[in-house]
Design a protein around this ligand. Structure first.
Ligand SMILES: [Zn+2]
Length: 102
């Protein structure tokens, strides 16, 4: 399945809509092309969790090797979260039925 692509009409969503859907979490978003309800796949939702863990791990490891003040680590943390915030919507996969994670 291609990223950001509607499961019903196979057209790719604009980035802005993907951004909205990616961070809205649960619930449906209407496809702008075929007007069906689309949901994030369970795999996509798992990815969101692992990105958050990865971001925290990077900060933790960075603090071991680089001496950082609390303020500096907060700035680095915000930077990483900002990157995840912008990149994660590019990786989302959509489905036309709501599936449970497990
Ligand atoms: Zn569609």
């Amino acid at each position: 399945m291609k990223n950001r692509t509607c499961a019903t009409c196979n057209r790719q969503w604009p980035y802005k809509l993907a951004l909205k859907k990616a961070w809205q979490g649960k619930g449906a978003v209407e496809c702008p092309y075929c007007h069906t309800s689309q949901y994030l796949t369970p795999r996509t939702r798992l990815h969101a969790g692992s990105y958050a863990i990865m971001a925290m791990a990077i900060i933790f490891i960075a603090r071991v090797f680089v001496e950082m003040t609390t303020i500096q680590s907060i700035v680095v943390a915000l930077g990483i979260f900002f990157i995840v915030f912008l990149v994660y919507p590019l990786t989302i996969e959509l489905t036309d039925e709501e599936k449970q994670l497990f």
